[in-house]
Write a protein that binds this ligand. Structure first.
Ligand code: ACO
Length: 335
């Protein structure tokens, strides 16, 4: 029996501090109506001063480890997907590994922006199927709030993003009678559109110094996005990769019990579901409460689905992403 990778635990954590659309309207020229209408978002969470990404990741990890019935010492490797690392280097995973008291367990950050969790799932699946590791702690973790422009100049992006972390424990499954497995993961990228949604600075591509007062004055340390262009690509690529991943299995759209789409914009997800004639009750969204948590969106959504009984053992879940890079992915799993 081939070794397969099974999800054995999920967890999530978002900061306590709720930031509503009205709160943002006090800082910039925006409104609850505009934000809800364009994106579906009503509120998001922001960290309190002193809280760090690895704090969020730690809380999500503990919940996922508890659900799997494991201790941090049982884990063979930690993979953390993020676009907002705790420091320029090392990655957030190293701060998390220390807080978990995980000894000398290997860990690393993976950077594929909003598709980071899809890419991380693929890496972990390969590690397990190849026999390199048996138990992997996988995270998506973002703190966006410390990197956004909360003035009128940044309003198109700042209203969309939130902070949070989601975690999954993946374990080797060699039990032939247990059908739970990551079945198929498809990954894509298109670097020619890297600058359609990016944060330029600090960047080692900027000489002679990656961060200067001038760069800050020009706002080049904030995310910049061509929203409509990103939107058009997202609604094309997400259905494409979802069908591609399903075609690589013996499953059809109707066989999927639950669709989890990256939480960038409710309109994107409604449009994708409509195009594919997916019934709304098979799609779960939480962008209304958390905004776009980039790499953390899918694992947060997955944990909520499991804890609220919307995904049960034996059911099929399809997790589809699109984000900066551009990068897009779809993972199909039997939970
Ligand atoms: N409040 C009020 N008005 C605003 C705001 C705001 N927060 N932001 C922009 N506006 C204004 C614009 O200035 C513009 O005004 P103008 O017509 O006078 O020039 C007007 O609203 C319309 O702006 P549009 O950009 O046309 O709005 P659109 O309908 O395209 O919605 C949005 C914008 C929500 C950003 C949308 O384009 C979108 O969701 N894009 C995709 C986002 C995404 O998928 N990101 C990928 C994942 S993120 C990652 O990978 C890191």
């Amino acid at each position: 029996m081939a070794r397969r990778a099974k999800i054995t635990g999920t967890g999530m954590y978002v900061p306590e501090r709720v930031v509503t659309n009205e709160d943002l309207a006090k800082l910039m020229d925006t409104s609850d109506e505009w934000i809800r209408q364009r994106s579906g978002i009503a509120e998001r969470r922001h960290i309190e001063p002193g809280q760090t990404p690895s704090d969020l990741a730690l809380a999500a990890s503990r919940r996922a480890l508890d659900a799997a019935g494991l201790d941090a010492s049982d884990i063979d490797c930690i993979v953390l997907a993020t676009l907002s690392p705790e420091a320029d280097f090392p990655g957030t995973s190293f701060f998390l590994q220390d807080k978990l008291e995980a000894g000398d367990t290997p860990c690393f950050d993976l950077r594929a922006q909003c598709s980071g969790f899809g890419y991380a799932l693929s890496v972990a699946k390969s590690f397990i199927e190849a026999g390199q590791f048996r138990r992997i702690l996988l995270l998506g973790c973002e703190v966006h709030s410390t990197g956004l422009d909360f003035t009128d100049a940044g309003r198109d992006v700042a209203v969309l993003f939130g902070d949070g972390a989601g975690a999954v424990v993946l374990e080797a499954n060699e039990d032939a009678s247990d059908t739970s497995a990551l079945l198929e993961i498809r990954l894509h990228a298109q670097g020619k559109f890297a600058k359609k949604l990016w944060v330029e600075a600090p960047g080692s591509g900027i000489a002679p110094a990656r961060m200067t007062h001038e760069l800050i004055d020009q706002g080049r340390h904030f995310p910049h996005m061509q929203g409509k262009f990103v939107f058009k690509n997202a609604v094309t690529r997400m259905p494409e990769v979802l069908i591609e991943a399903l075609n690589a299995t013996s499953l059809k759209l109707d066989d999927v019990d639950l669709f989890l789409f990256h939480q960038a914009n409710l309109r994107i997800n409604d449009y994708v579901a409509q195009q594919l004639e997916i019934p709304p009750e098979k799609c779960l969204n939480n962008i209304q409460r958390y905004g776009n948590c980039s790499a953390a969106s899918i694992p947060i959504l997955l944990d909520e689905a499991v804890r609220e009984g919307q995904l049960e053992r034996g059911q099929v879940v399809a997790m589809t992403t699109f984000g900066s890079g551009f990068s897009w992915s779809c993972a199909v799993a039997r939970y």
